[in-house]
Design a protein around this ligand. Structure first.
Ligand code: HEM
Length: 266
């Protein structure tokens, strides 16, 4: 079952696309991920976790919010944001304003789509989005104003999508995933290629004024579209109609033959 289908809404391009959701809908639940996250901390510590010393108060505030939302207590012997991450499936990114820019000051990131905490920690919104075409011109001023203006209370949600040749949650780099494409036979595209949707939320923390950005990576094989002709048609339209920038940034060209083979079989 596909939970979010952001490709359904044209224009098929980058968009801010934020909407307010009820607070009860903030974390979407799902299987406990603590075991998987703890194992990653042991094998990939700098990729999945990092903090800047000034972030302690914001981290503790996140832990309280996640404890209230899940009805469970975090392990007090762990760093607060990491403890919060073990209580939910989502990744948790703490953003704080220093020197006039919103920066990533702590993160628990176990379902990344092609980035790591080691690369991202301390970076501003501008630098984090350096690879996104024209982000600074098209989006940064509005996004930064939104971070400033956000008040505690409303929870905002957006989502994005791509196709990957892996259904794994933990994808720190794109190159190995793209390399594995050559092993996918045309008639197996439906089970070997995955729709990857990041459902993200934003909320302001009342005491510190920090912003918490959550990321939840939902993965479904392309075959999941077969059950839903409307979504299948919308996906075909989005795939074929996506802007050149969007296609280039997400490397969609390398998937074209396989995706078209999948669509032709439906
Ligand atoms: C309202 C807030 C935000 C908006 C509108 C936004 C928008 C975007 C967009 C349009 C992309 C390109 C991929 C896509 O979504 O289609 C992107 C990528 C990305 N965003 Fe954001 N973003 C926001 C907040 C954040 C925050 C708080 C972080 C902090 C971790 C972040 C980290 C990233 C990273 C690491 C990428 C991938 C960049 C790369 O390709 O290396 N974003 N964002």
């Amino acid at each position: 079952m596909i939970r979010h289908a952001p490709w359904q809404a044209p224009p098929y391009d980058f968009a801010i696309g934020l909407r307010t959701i009820p607070e009860e809908a903030w974390l979407e639940g799902g299987a406990a991920e603590a075991g998987r996250k703890t194992a990653l901390l042991n094998t990939e510590p700098d990729c999945v976790w990092g903090e800047i010393p000034c972030s302690q108060a914001g981290q503790s505030e996140v832990l309280s919010l996640v404890e209230a939302a899940t009805g469970r207590k975090g392990d007090p012997s762990l760093r607060p944001l990491w403890a919060a991450g073990l209580l939910c499936a989502d990744d948790l990114c703490l953003m704080e304003k220093t020197d006039g820019a919103w920066r990533l000051t702590a993160a628990s990131l176990c379902s990344p789509t092609f980035f790591t905490v080691a690369e991202a920690l301390g970076k501003s919104l501008d630098d984090l989005h350096g690879p996104v075409p024209a982000f600074a011109q098209r989006f940064l001023p509005r996004v930064a104003r939104m971070f400033d203006a956000l008040s505690p209370g409303p929870v905002l949600e957006r989502s994005n999508w791509t196709v990957t040749a892996s259904g794994e949650a933990y994808l720190p780099a794109s190159a190995p995933v793209r390399a594995s494409l050559q092993d996918v036979p045309l008639d197996q595209a439906g089970e070997r290629l995955f729709l990857r949707v990041e459902r993200q939320t934003l909320r302001k923390l009342p005491q510190t004024g920090a912003v918490l950005f959550t990321i939840r990576a939902w993965r479904n094989p392309l075959n999941a579209l077969k059950d839903d002709p409307v979504r299948l048609a919308a996906f075909a339209a989005a795939w074929r109609g996506a802007s050149d920038d969007f296609r280039a940034y997400k490397g969609l060209a390398s998937y074209d033959v396989l995706v078209e083979a999948f669509l032709a079989r439906q």
